[in-house]
Ligand binder design. Structure first.
Ligand code: AMP
Length: 446
């Protein structure tokens, strides 16, 4: 096995890695670090949890460790772009930890907070700037930062930047960078526009792929509860009241839904907080800090807010709503079972979401263990009524993203009758037989 010291990293960095307790590079680090140290561009397919942050941060630090000149005013030597404020803040936190035995100036430029302090910290110039694209462009246009001397560019979670509509901003930013630079692009998935971006921005990149997004981590016990929509609230309380839950993330497809779920949990006396794009930056920081320190046990989140968040000790991931994009399922459940631990992922599937479950199983190649709450035949009949509409929609337009105030791209039933429900859940839970040996046995809450 490769050791960090064999990768050619400077001594202060090796010391910081020892402080962090890292024994050996992860696979993406073992491949990316030497390539970047040799000056190559990198195209990496990797999710959070693989150690990808250190993979691109450590070579940047190594370059800076050998620099004796200060950066010029209003410039940065290296620029790291990421899609969300939370992910950018996390990257900066890691960067500073790995640079603790070096002299390094670094700053964060993200939206949702006043620009004044960011402008002041950029005035003298910084070694590394971690930014989200929108705010960076604003500050560039106002003349507070220039990137014409930036020699390293990292694009992290590029597919998420695409989903958030950042590609035009990225192209504009890149047009201000010097031609001669080193670029690394990391993405959990490689949709066509990202491949095209990589083709335009990278020069003969080393391609590195670890743990494809379609394969969830094996240590996660997955199960899906097939239930009428109306039973979701009670099941959530039941799951969250279980003592085995140390820290849980509950996913909602919509911001509005996340608020409702959170209110429900708080009203029941559970320590819960919501995190999504409509929350202010300070609310998001407070919720996330509370979750890290343990004062908040349950974080109710939308996909975008949770993407890339790396909090240790998440014992459970609950999908209150199934995602309408199958890959999001893999990202969601990857919030648990980090750092070698195991984890539990329980999804709730109402009849109108059955198509999403099938998409997820197709992508992952898994037969997720099913637990039936209510009658299977009623569920399937209801799902069938919803499915023709779903498949028509799929053919005629691209998948819809989360929207506030509605229940996502789910096909609508006529009226709010709930036939599956009305017959109650008196039959109790019926464990489904596993359809193949691929999936690990799921568990409801333990
Ligand atoms: P990332 O994929 O960058 O979000 O990293 C996921 C987690 O792995 C973070 O908590 C890192 O601190 C941790 N990590 C990164 N590299 C290593 C390593 N070589 N050994 C152990 N843990 C690591």
């Amino acid at each position: 096995m490769t050791a960090f010291k064999d990768l050619g990293l400077a001594e202060p960095i090796l010391r910081a890695l020892a402080d962090e307790g890292y024994d050996a590079p992860t696979p993406i680090q073992a491949e990316t670090i030497p390539a970047m140290l040799a000056g190559r561009d990198v195209l990496g397919i990797a999710q959070t949890g693989t150690g990808k942050t250190a993979a691109f941060v450590l070579p940047i630090l190594n370059g800076i460790a050998g620099e004796s000149n200060r950066p010029a005013p209003k410039t940065c030597r290296a620029l790291i772009l990421s899609p969300t404020r939370e992910l950018s803040a996390q990257i900066l936190e890691n960067l500073r930890a790995y640079a603790r035995h070096m002299r390094l100036s670094s700053t964060l430029v993200v939206g949702g907070v006043k620009p004044g302090p960011q402008v002041r910290s950029l005035a003298k110039g910084v070694d590394v700037l971690v930014a989200t694209p929108g705010r960076l462009l604003d500050l560039m246009q106002s003349g507070f930062v220039r990137i014409d001397r930036t020699t390293t560019l990292i694009l992290d979670e590029a597919d998420q930047m695409l989903d958030l509509g950042f590609l035009p901003a990225i192209r504009r930013i890149v047009s201000h960078l010097p031609e001669k630079r080193q670029t690394a692009l990391l993405s959990a998935t490689m949709p066509k526009p990202i491949r095209a971006l990589a083709h335009d921005l990278l020069d003969d990149p080393k391609q590195i792929s670890v743990a494809p997004a379609s394969r969830p981590i094996e240590r996660i016990e997955q199960s899906v509860v097939m239930l009428p929509k109306e039973s979701k609230k009670d099941l959530l309380l039941e799951l969250m009241s279980d003592r085995a839950v140390e820290r849980a993330i509950v996913f909602s497809r919509t911001k509005h839904g996340a608020d409702k779920i959170n209110k429900h949990l708080v009203n029941y006396g559970l320590k819960s907080a919501a995190i999504h794009g409509n929350k202010s930056q300070s609310q998001r920081v407070k919720a996330l800090d509370g979750f890290k320190t343990g004062s908040v046990k349950i974080l109710v989140a939308t996909d975008i807010a949770a993407r890339g968040i790396d909090v240790d000790g998440v014992s459970h991931v609950i999908n209150h709503d199934l995602p309408n994009i199958a890959e999001a399922y893999v990202h969601r459940i990857g919030r648990t079972a980090r750092a070698g631990k195991s984890g539990v992922a329980v999804s709730m599937c109402e009849p109108g979401e059955y198509g999403y479950l099938r998409d997820i199983e197709k992508l992952t190649g898994l037969d997720i263990e099913r637990v039936w709450l209510g009658e299977e035949a009623d569920f399937l009949a209801e799902a069938k009524r919803a499915t023709p509409a779903a498949s028509q929609k799929k053919k005629s337009r691209p998948p819809r993203r989360n929207r506030d105030g509605n229940s996502g791209g789910r096909p609508q039933r006529n009226g709010n009758s709930a036939p599956a429900q009305a017959r109650g859940t008196g039959g109790g839970r019926k464990r489904s037989r596993r359809r193949s040996g691929q999936s690990r046995p799921g568990a409801l809450a333990g």
